[in-house]
Ligand binder design. Structure first.
Ligand code: PLP
Length: 598
């Protein structure tokens, strides 16, 4: 049976039992039970489940692994980590994250003024680092955060930022926060997001600029505030080699600065980069967390020894690793496109074109032993019949009969092949794909699929005790042909042949907790899905924290600056009161498909 690669990507977070996908935690609720309890309350669109215990699991794994490696190598520096808010700023994610990280003093990284406000407000006794380009106001905010008592480090991306820090120190007489220097490394990363590192990167200071920065700090009596060297070679590194090179480069820069007299320089911040597995077909990451942590400690220890300086404290800013697994999107299947091809819709005539007669015979006479042959014949016949229609030799009824019969034959053949000729089924996938229409927006919920064809694990959450037999392409409900996950014969997705009139079918998209929430866009005005945090009470039972419904249509319109009173007034004027009242109810629904009205 197909397990959809959960042994590759799920890190034991999910298990398949009794045909259902279950959370491998506490009383092991099935995902379908969570879906049903929310849909009962009339939320019918896509659902985003957040699992705070999975955030905690990743934070604990990170700290435990580094703590072990530090012990193993008798390393003198400490381990510290911050969560880069750019990866997920949603309060429903950030608040549980802060709670889960408290015991480790897990901090936050901000890359903009808005993110810095979040960090200043919610961070508790843990470090804050600030990256990204900064104006005077943002630097001033850093000073204010320091005055509030935060342990904050402003990491400068260029010399102008250091000049502004010096100006703000003079103008405000406030004590400056710690200062970090982002270095522009010669060594860049690997993987889809490698551009943030390397000599051509838009971020960081060159060696000449670092020396210049140090001179400036000395001249202005601010050397004591220089505490951190920072680099980030790119998100989701699938190979560890570039990290090792970057560690050597930054480790030597750290040691050189220390030897120049930067006595309070005590930390190297290695940015993010820890990858997560998105593939359900084969492993794509060539290292383990343990190997990653050991390499960091071992390399920095050696450099410190070689240059006779103290071993630096380590900071990491991995966000994808912490957050990706914590959210799962579940979308209902609205339609299987072949479902319209039912025998009841056939309009066979007394006398049909010969190829139609033949299709009909194939359908009636098909047995297990000839299933494959008949299916191939039917696909050929359908091709010929469609050509005959284009040439004007058969009519619309004939064409409809041809489409229905060919699809019925394919379905019947698959039901025979299901048992033991799966390989053959695979071979002919391309010709017999089923299109699954799902109630969600790829642009809103999987923007990285749309933008950079990032793979996400996809699987049904029920029917897992049955062999999926339909090679599937997934369509969303936007009016855009890019809203499709095409069938890829090299990474084939098989789903079940279900009769949606009799049963519901839901598809889960996994590892969507990193970047997808905030990068999602309102194409066609589909907004963020309805979401809920899944918690557990003291009896280990599920407790769904309050549900945040997908935005109402009226709010979506207001967000893009429509005057919603004007909209209501115009519609009201043009309609009878009764009809207007119904319309107003629709205006206060969310925009995903619903149809509970029969
Ligand atoms: N730190 C910085 C400076 C970044 O630019 C990023 C993202 O690119 C991260 C941390 C997060 O890295 P990751 O996505 O690998 O967790």
């Amino acid at each position: 049976l197909n397990n959809f690669g959960i042994d590759i990507w799920s890190n034991n977070n999910f298990i398949i039992e009794e045909g259902e996908l279950k959370l491998n935690y506490k009383n092991k609720p099935s995902l379908i039970s969570l879906v049903n309890s929310i849909r009962k309350k009339d939320y019918k669109g896509p659902l985003l489940f957040r699992f705070p215990h999975l955030i905690e699991k990743q934070i604990d794994r990170l700290y435990d692994t580094y703590t072990k490696a530090i012990k193993e190598y008798s390393y003198k520096g400490s381990f510290n980590a911050v969560f880069p808010l750019k990866v997920n700023q949603y309060p429903t994610f950030v608040k549980p994250l802060i709670k889960a990280g408290e015991k480790h003093k897990y901090g936050l990284e901000a890359g903009s003024k808005a993110e810095l406000f979040i960090a200043m407000t919610y961070n508790k006794n843990a470090p804050i680092t600030v990256n990204g380009f900064k104006d005077k106001e943002m630097i001033h905010l850093g000073f204010i955060a320091k005055k509030m008592g935060h342990n904050i480090t402003l990491i400068i991306e260029g010399l102008n930022e250091l000049e502004t820090i010096i100006d703000v120190t003079k103008e405000t007489k406030l004590q400056p926060p710690n200062i970090g220097v982002r270095v522009r490394l010669f060594n860049s990363g690997s993987g889809a997001w490698a551009k943030s590192g390397g000599i051509d990167s838009k971020f960081g200071l060159s060696s000449t600029e670092i020396l210049e920065a140090y001179d400036q700090l000395e001249k202005n009596d601010l050397c004591e505030y220089l505490t951190m060297i920072h680099f980030h070679i790119g998100s989701s590194m699938n190979s560890i080699k570039p990290l090792k090179n970057a560690l050597k480069e930054s480790g030597h820069i750290y040691a050189e600065l220390k030897n120049l007299g930067a006595t309070n320089l005590s930390a190297i911040n290695i940015g993010g980069g820890l990858a997560v597995e998105y593939s359900q077909f084969n492993r794509t990451i060539n290292y383990s967390l343990h190997e990653f942590a050991s390499d960091v400690i071992f390399t920095l220890k050696n450099i410190a020894k070689q240059k006779g300086v103290e071993e630096p404290n380590i900071f990491t800013e991995s966000g994808r690793f912490i957050s990706a697994s914590s959210a799962v999107l579940i979308a209902p299947v609205l339609e299987l496109f072949s479902a319209e091809y039912e025998a009841a819709h056939l309009r066979l005539k007394k006398k049909n074109p010969p190829l139609i007669e033949e299709l009909n015979e194939l359908y009636k006479d098909m047995k297990k032993k000839n299933a494959l042959e008949y299916m191939h014949d039917s696909i050929d016949h359908l091709d010929s019949l469609l050509k005959l229609f284009d040439l004007g030799y058969i009519d619309l009824e004939d064409r409809s009969n041809a489409e229905i019969l060919a699809n019925l034959i394919i379905k019947k053949a698959i039901s025979f092949l299901e048992v033991d000729d799966y390989e053959e089924l695979k071979r002919i996938d391309n010709k017999i794909q089923e299109k699954y229409l799902l109630n969600f927006s790829i642009f809103q919920s999987l923007p990285d699929f749309w933008g950079i064809k990032q793979e996400f694990p996809i699987m049904p959450i029920t029917h897992l005790d049955k062999k999926p037999t339909r090679s599937a392409s997934i369509w969303d409900i936007t009016c855009d042909s890019d809203g499709e996950i095409e069938f890829d014969p090299n990474k084939p997705l098989y789903l079940h042949d279900v009769n949606l009139d009799e049963e519901e079918y839901f598809i889960g998209f996994f590892q969507v907790g990193a970047y997808q929430d905030v990068l999602g866009m309102k194409h066609n005005l589909f907004s963020h899905p309805t979401e809920v945090n899944v918690l557990f009470n003291e009896n280990d039972e599920v407790e769904l924290e309050h549900i945040i419904e997908s935005q109402k249509i009226i709010d979506i319109l207001e967000d893009i600056d429509y005057d919603t009173d004007e909209i209501k007034a115009i519609l009201n004027e043009k309609l009878d009161k009764d009809i207007y009242n119904i319309l107003e109810k629709y205006l206060y629904d969310n925009s995903y498909l619903k149809t509970t009205w029969s």
